[in-house]
Design a protein around this ligand. Structure first.
Ligand code: GLU
Length: 321
């Protein structure tokens, strides 16, 4: 079906979604990373960026929270830019695990592949693939410059979060060395894990994440800066990964009920991609049992349902002024 939606309908749906979900209780801050456990649980923001660069923001959309696993998306894109989507498929994979984000079992089940760059194992492997090999500072520069290009503004390292994660990332250390054993770490192991930990500790806002989502939805052209960040053929590849594993073991339920591919992080952020139309992001710290923000999920679902949108509806949507 052909459908036309106005920008003011979109703005109104976002405002309504924010108002309707802001008092939702439930969930708990990530408790296994001390910095995250202490963040104000009432913070909440909702941002939408359309592929023409129009931005709508409601609530705490300029608060810098830990990007955590949403950072897996830009670094997967960087690995695809540097090594092609086929190279990432060969060296990491593109399979949903159906298991928690930090599962060691998933590595064993996938015949020693890290599965996908959107779980911890594959993300550490993706950090190891980032060029230039062997140079931590230049690799870090490549990672942060790519995020900056995708968002149109720079993220900022939260030192306290980085220290907090580094002091407690024992499971990720085990994953890294297991992957090394299977020849799935393509650079120094400790360096690759450190880069992963550092990228998870970047502070980002929901307005920045909505622009990143819109850049992916827009074939790699950042609609705010008008800069082509990556080749258009990477967009369907990264969106496929987001759709298949973005909510870890709850990904099927999420896609079924929300209709939008989205990636979560234990910092409370969720970034959604509606191809050709918009990026959406929400942030609220309390998480469900799989590590996904309770309120951010509710807000994005409300927005999608209000506008009757869904990636598999078959509708041809046009957004007009
Ligand atoms: N830094 C977190 C970890 O590796 C990220 C997990 C997540 O956001 O899902 O445990």
């Amino acid at each position: 079906m052909e459908k036309t939606i106005t920008k003011s309908q979109i703005k109104q749906a976002a405002q309504e979604a924010y108002e309707a979900t802001k008092d939702i209780k439930g969930g708990l801050n990530a408790h296994y990373i001390p910095y995250l456990a202490n963040i104000n649980p009432d913070l909440f923001g909702l941002s939408v960026t359309l592929t023409d660069g129009t931005c709508f923001n409601f609530g705490d959309t300029e608060y810098k929270f830990g990007i955590e696993s949403v950072s897996k998306v830009p670094t997967a894109i960087l690995a695809m830019i540097q090594h092609t989507p086929a190279g990432v498929l060969k060296q990491i994979g593109a399979d949903a695990t159906g298991l928690p984000f930090n599962s060691i079992f998933a590595i064993l089940l996938e015949n020693d592949h890290p599965s996908t760059p959107l779980v911890n194992a594959g993300a550490i492997s993706a950090c190891s693939m980032v060029a230039p090999q062997g140079d931590s500072e230049d690799k870090w520069k490549a990672i942060t410059e790519n995020i900056t290009a995708l968002c149109g503004s720079a993220p900022e390292l939260i030192d306290e979060l980085y220290e907090s994660e580094t002091a407690t990332n024992f499971n990720n250390r085990a994953i890294s060395w297991l992957l090394k054993n299977y020849n799935r770490i393509y650079d120094d192991v400790d360096m690759s894990l450190d880069l992963y930990t550092r990228q998870c500790s970047l502070g980002i806002t929901s307005s920045q994440l909505a622009v990143m989502g819109a850049t992916i939805a827009n074939g790699g052209l950042n609609p705010v800066t008008q800069k082509q960040v990556f080749d258009p053929d990477i967009s369907p590849k990264i969106t496929t990964m987001i759709a298949s594993v973005g909510f870890y073991q709850h990904t099927g339920d999420w896609l079924y009920t929300s209709g939008i591919p989205a990636k979560t992080g234990v910092g409370g952020g969720v970034m959604g991609v509606m191809p050709g139309l918009f990026g959406i992001a929400s942030f609220a710290p309390p998480l469900d049992d799989a590590g996904n923000s309770v309120k951010a999920q509710a807000a994005i679902k409300y927005f999608m349902q209000k506008l009757g949108l869904g990636i598999f509806t078959g509708d041809k949507i046009t957004i007009v002024d």
